[in-house]
Write a protein of this length. Structure first.
Lengths: 305, 167
């Protein structure tokens, strides 16, 4: 019998098994909750700072473990003439490093690249773990009549996404200040330079219409404030974009099998794979772009997102 | 915040998670791979430079080889030419020798002939003298005594000698 037939037979057997399992073992699925559920009884007891181990936190550690093991695996066989796995790893790293250099320029690229790359890998794996939701959601601990899944994609936990967004935004401000000095950097947001101008006009040192100076100055200050708000809003946009996309995907993956059990969920699996990749890429590239803007000299001010 | 599940403790833990992952991946993944890429880049560059150098050397050697070949050809030609010259000289020397020998032989032969001729002449003269003596004796045997006779013949001979010398 040829290999093709064996595969076909395997697929048919698997399909029959799935149908049989669905008929004979109807399983309950955990209720969909926005907040990640703490696993009962698992708390890291730091005095005054107890950390309840939620399922998403556990999965975060799993994600980190997988990434670190992958890194170790890649590193173990590093040689000058690359094999396949090294080629793949090099392509990824070099691709991102090239992207960072394209966006941030050769001066800042070595600094920004590891940040963006780590964000990308972390978010990507976290997003793709979300594809296992239909399985993960069924494996859990029974607690007061409810199932608490043991594992949950970190991207569907706002602690994870807000944490990453905070890192991205805070680092952006940090590098901006490092590039320009903190006074000049914050001068972008708090624009009160026109007050000196006004005093000069009022004391007659400079000619001009005091009213116009005040009007223009107030607009300037207002623009600065908007800049500041948009900088803070980045935290929200970053975190909720990722959370929303992946959480919605998870809900879809959970709901669709109840509507159409066969083949149709596969389409959504494919879609979610794509969404997971795109979201990870967007998070990383936007971080790169914002950091580049922050360190760029004045003139190139801001970018809509 | 509560409804969304955001808690400061978990938030800080996640930030810490990221920092740990960042440090570890930088150490385990990015740095080794980037340094590997850099070293490979350098190696490739060196290899290319080396290849270029080898190519240049080869071209130089080829040129040198061609030059030497040309030199050798010239030398061979010169040797052949000089050999031909030497041969020619030798030939001429041999020819000259042969000619000289031939000349000497002819000379010798000529000398021999002359000598023989002279010999023959003197023989002949002797013969003539005797014959004429005999003839004269017969004719004038009575009229002249022997001494007067001899004188007469000697005078005659002297005359003929002078005649022969004039000839």
């Amino acid at each position: 019998m040829s290999k093709t037939w064996l595969y076909a037979l395997g697929a048919i057997v698997a399909l029959v098994l799935i149908v049989a399992i669905r008929i004979y073992f109807p399983f309950a699925v955990a209720p969909i909750k926005v907040a990640a559920e703490p696993l009962p009884g698992l708390v890291i007891p730091i005095p005054g700072f107890p950390i309840p181990i939620t399922n998403s936190l556990l999965t975060t550690w799993l994600t980190m473990l997988i990434l670190i093991l992958l890194a170790l695996w890649v590193r173990s066989g590093l040689q000058s003439v690359p094999n396949r796995k090294q080629n793949a790893a090099e392509m990824l790293v070099e691709g991102f490093s090239g992207l960072a250099e394209g966006i941030a320029g050769p001066k800042w690229a070595p600094t920004f690249f590891p940040i963006a790359m780590t964000i990308f890998l972390f978010v990507l794996l976290s997003n793709w773990l979300d594809l296992l939701t239909p399985i993960l959601a069924a494996v859990g601990i029974q607690e007061q009549g409810e199932i608490i899944p043991i594992l949950r994609s970190p991207s569907t936990d706002l602690n994870f996404t807000v944490g990453l967004a905070l890192i991205s935004v805070v680092l952006t401000q940090y590098y901006g200040m490092r590039a320009h000095g903190w006074i000049r950097y914050w001068g972008r947001f708090i624009k009160i330079g026109w007050v000196g101008n006004l005093i000069a006009v009022l004391t007659g040192k400079r000619k001009g219409n005091p009213g116009a100076v005040i009007a223009m100055g107030l607009i300037d200050t207002f623009m600065g404030l908007i800049e500041l708000i948009s900088e803070i809003a980045k935290i929200l946009s970053f975190s909720f974009r990722l959370f929303g996309n992946i959480f919605a995907g998870e809900v879809v993956l959970l709901v669709i099998p109840f509507l159409l059990s066969f083949l149709v969920p596969l389409i959504f699996m494919g879609l979610e794979t794509f969404v997971g990749l795109i979201q990870a890429f967007i998070f990383a590239v936007l971080t790169l772009a914002f950091m580049s803007l922050a360190v760029a000299s004045h003139g190139a001010e801001h970018e809509a997102h | 915040m509560e409804a969304l599940g955001i808690s400061p403790n978990l938030l800080l833990t996640q930030i810490l998670n990221f920092i740990i992952l960042f440090i570890l991946l930088r150490l385990l993944l990015y740095k080794p791979i980037l340094s590997m890429l850099d070293s490979r880049k350098q190696k490739i560059q060196e290899s290319l430079e080396y290849a270029e150098r080898v190519k240049r050397d080869a071209a130089e050697q080829q040129k040198e080889f061609d030059r030497k070949l040309e030199e050798a050809r010239h030398a061979a030609q010169a040797a052949a030419a000089s050999a031909a010259q030497v041969g020619e000289k030798e030939r001429e020397v041999i020819l000259a020798q042969a000619r000289e020998e031939a000349r000497q032989m002819i000379e010798q032969a000529k000398g021999q002939i002359e000598y023989e001729r002279k010999q023959m002449m003197s023989d002949l003269r002797e013969q003539v003298v005797r014959l004429s003596l005999l003839a004269a004796q017969r004719v004038v045997s009575q009229s002249l005594d022997d001494s007067a006779h001899r004188q007469l013949v000697s005078e005659f001979l002297a005359q003929t000698d002078e005649l022969g010398k004039q000839n």
